[in-house]
Design a binder for this molecule. Structure first.
Ligand code: MIG
Length: 794
């Protein structure tokens, strides 16, 4: 064991502070006023520069450095880093002198063989968040987690690790937030004061101690800085935000068509249908089953005529079978990972014995991408990457298997956690090559920090239980806090049979998740929206319709994620980190879709729910009743509703229900304004399917809500908005209350399909008051051009 030791020399050169101890060297660099990078390695090593997580590392900057003898102080306009020399210890603090994070005085950085650990003093009451796809509570204090991408079939409430590794967390010390990204994709361990009362630590089983420190002060700032390094999502195709129906598996082709047709017949909006592993011949990747899917092009054509997009699954394992072209070609081109003696590694998965492409090799990614391109040419719209931990029947690839690692070479130990991410990268790049500027959609099970650039993530094989409904909400919240904006759970639960009440509840929640995909396991009960009876069908249709009404909002939020890394789904932590109740078990699942729309997850049999309303004024979404927070609030829930609140100051853009994203909306922008606080919003539109938005083909406008005015800026960008009229819905505005007719302000009654459907739907009439929901709501309709618009209300 080696403790890092005393600093004997230091100098500032090449925009970084270089320090040495008797056996280690350190490099500390500043990237902006709130980001530092700390690297430490043995004297004989060279510092790692870039990585898979950060392919384009920005340049570091000058540092304002003061030598105080025993310590060096680096200060930005906002953050102070104190570097103690003997022994080497770091302390990050606010300019006011509050500790954000500091090395444990006795331990600091320690090497044990190839393992390196940084111990940080546990601050009183310190809280920890994020770390990606991790089970457990919102506040992770007292827990330990491991990052090692794992096929966690039917995982439980506390299973760790799951499929995704993201060694990035946020902490809160003395009321201030900070972030730490351990820039290392080996197996890593994070301890947040588990089984000790002295330190938190982060540890890598190999590679270097290399971390970024983000000074905050808010989660949004930390995410902006983190995604400035690891990258941001590009806008996905609008169709991928529609409802997605999956099943393990729909086959043969006639069955796939029947499912798609049923959506249209039953008037349920939907955009995507999936083909799981049975579309392939003997599960061989890049093949079609010759009896079940004899003519894929014509199937895809027919689905296209129904306005369905097709997403197919791709598993990494290539079946070892003589004369199977993908296998033969793979061997000839040397694309498979090998043992040190040069023999390709064979592992078993669906197709039987397989070889595995080395996605850490650019040439192999190209080879894979060419096959993906072949599917695109057949009409496939998107790709679903599964089993890419990589999973070998629940086990792991032997550690000695070799990988290219972009020419650096290394073993499975080093490549494991980024394998899935590189598979989705190869898949995306291959598809994009032949898409001619059209967008594609990649969904992956395994990935790593930075994987948000390439794909959406679903949280794997969950269960059809209430526990998983709640856990799923936390996973999506945590992924959002960790830089993954496009995520969701298998709606209804993958394994087991969803009870009717559960399916109904789940679909209500998922309507507010960025990825809304229903999926279920082979041999489980069918789980399409119509599989649970009329009542559930009605609820499903309502929530899916509401989802389509909300698409302008969701899309604007995804645009925001492309700009600053902030996810559409936001844990309450984003805005209310100083309200301790948000960390309690009763309220930790709540989330915001954007800044103001709050969803409070509830279990399927709940008739009453206790929700937490943070500071401010909140409207109940369904009846506009207001409550002032901070407060706990007990609310009745009906069989078909979940508690949803909108905060004063909200501006929510909605459209009419469309049944798939190629159906034009009616041109009327429904802008719901929630009075009582000031607010602003950026409404973003583009064609939703090409990259023309990257060269100015978008329509962006800022909307500001004041006490009695609403102002829409002129349109920025060249895209012609699909909205030609705007209707302002005035929530809580005294000037509209009770005013029916006259001056263009009317009581809303017929318009909000969602509310109406709900109000006349439940035969049990548990709460017969539902129809009251619209009293006091008025609206005002005006034509909408690209010019600025100000409406003064009185
Ligand atoms: O061994 O492709 O998580 O969504 O339906 C199971 C079959 C492999 C696991 C995925 C699941 C998918 C299933 N796959």
């Amino acid at each position: 064991m080696e403790i890092i030791g005393d600093v004997t020399l230091w100098e500032f050169r090449e925009n970084a502070l270089h320090l040495t101890t008797s056996h280690a060297k350190m490099r500390i660099a500043q990237y902006n006023a709130s980001t530092f990078r700390v690297q430490a390695c043995k004297t004989s090593e060279t510092f790692q520069e870039t990585s898979y997580a950060c392919p384009e590392m920005p340049a570091s900057q000058e540092m304002r450095l003061t030598d105080l003898g025993g310590k060096l102080v680096a200060e930005t306009s906002f953050l102070r880093l104190i570097i103690q020399k003997k022994p080497f210890r770091l302390r990050f603090e606010t300019l006011a002198g509050d500790v954000l994070s500091e090395d444990d005085p006795g331990l600091g950085i320690i090497w044990e063989d190839r393992e390196v650990t940084n111990y940080k003093t546990l601050q009183p009451g310190e809280r920890f968040f994020g770390l990606g796809e991790k089970t457990g509570p919102l506040d992770r204090a007292g827990k330990q987690y491991r990052n090692w991408n794992t096929d966690a079939y039917a995982y439980g409430q506390n299973t760790d690790p799951l499929y995704v590794s993201c060694p990035f967390y946020m902490g809160m010390s003395h009321g201030n937030m900070y972030g730490i990204f351990l820039h290392n994709h080996w197996e890593t361990v994070f301890n947040f004061g588990a089984a000790n009362d002295r330190f938190s630590f982060f540890q890598a089983k190999g590679g270097q101690l290399d971390y970024f420190f983000f000074g905050g002060p808010k989660p949004a700032d930390i995410l902006r800085d983190y995604t400035a390094l690891t990258g941001r999502i590009k806008l996905p195709p609008m169709w991928s935000l529609g409802f997605q129906q999956c099943r393990y598996s729909y086959y043969p082709d006639t069955e796939v068509l029947r499912v798609a047709q049923t959506f249209r017949e039953k008037n349920i909006p939907a955009d995507v249908i999936y083909l799981d592993i049975h579309y392939m011949q003997d599960y061989k990747v890049f093949t079609w089953h010759d009896e079940k899917f004899p003519d894929p092009e014509s199937l895809i054509e027919k689905l296209k005529a129904l306005n369905f997009k097709v997403v197919v699954i791709l598993d990494p394992g290539v079946k070892i079978e003589k004369d199977y072209p993908v296998y033969e070609e793979g061997l000839a081109r040397d694309v498979f990972v090998k043992y040190p003696d040069g023999k390709p590694y064979s592992g078993a998965a669906w197709p039987g014995w397989c070889h595995f492409p080395d996605f850490t090799d650019a040439a192999v990614r190209l080879w894979w991408g060419d096959h993906v391109a072949g599917l695109v040419k057949q009409g496939v719209n998107g790709f679903w990457n599964d089993m890419n931990e990589p999973a070998v029947w629940g086990h792991h690839t032997p550690n000695l298997v070799g990988f290219a690692l972009e020419g650096k070479t290394g073993t499975h130990k080093e490549a494991h956690n980024i394998y899935g991410m590189q598979m989705s990268r190869a898949t995306k790049e291959g598809a994009e090559k032949v898409l001619d500027g059209e967008r594609t959609f990649i969904l992956t099970r395994a990935t790593f920090s930075g994987g948000q650039r390439d794909s959406a993530v679903w949280t794997g094989d969950n269960h059809a239980t209430d526990e998983h409904l709640m856990l799923g909400a936390r996973l999506v919240n945590s992924l959002g806090l960790s830089g993954f904006p496009f995520t969701g759970n298998d709606v209804g639960g993958f394994t087991g049979d969803a009870a009717r009440g559960l399916y109904r509840r789940w679909i209500a929640h998922a309507a507010f998740h960025p990825l809304m995909r229903a999926h279920s396991m082979i041999n489980s009960r069918q789980a399409e929206p119509w599989s649970f009876g009329e009542e559930d069908l009605e609820v499903a249709r309502n929530y899916i319709s509401l989802r389509y009404q909300l698409l302008p909002h969701l899309y604007s939020l995804l645009f925001e994620a492309t700009q600053n890394g902030i996810p559409p789904v936001r844990s309450l932590l984003f805005y209310y980190h100083d309200e301790w109740k948000i960390f309690t078990e009763a309220f930790e699942n709540q989330f915001l879709l954007g800044q103001h729309l709050m969803i409070c997850p509830v279990e399927s049999d709940a008739k009453l729910a206790r929700v937490y309303l943070p500071e401010g004024e909140w409207y109940q979404f369904l009846n506009d009743a207001t409550q002032t927070g901070p407060a706990e609030h007990l609310t009745e829930i009906q069989r078909d509703t979940i508690p949803i609140y909108v905060k004063a100051g909200a501006i929510l853009p909605l459209q009419n229900t469309i049944h798939h994203v190629d159906e034009p909306n009616d041109g009327l922008l429904r802008l719901h304004l929630y009075f009582g606080a000031e607010g602003s919003y950026t409404l973003y539109e583009d064609d939703g399917h090409t990259r023309a938005n990257e060269s100015n083909a978008f329509a962006k406008r800022r909307i500001d809500l004041k006490a009695d005015t609403v102002h829409m800026s002129g349109v920025e960008g060249d895209y012609k908005s699909r909205f030609t009229k705007v209707r302002f819905y005035l929530h809580g505005a005294s000037f509209s209350k009770g005013n029916s007719g006259g001056q263009g302000i009317e009581i809303l009654k017929e318009d909000f399909r969602f509310l109406n459907a709900i109000s006349n739907f439940d035969p049990y009439e548990d709460y017969p008051d539902t129809a009251k929901v619209v009293v006091g709501l008025g609206y005002l309709e005006l034509p909408l051009s690209g010019n600025p618009l100000t409406v003064q209300l009185s």
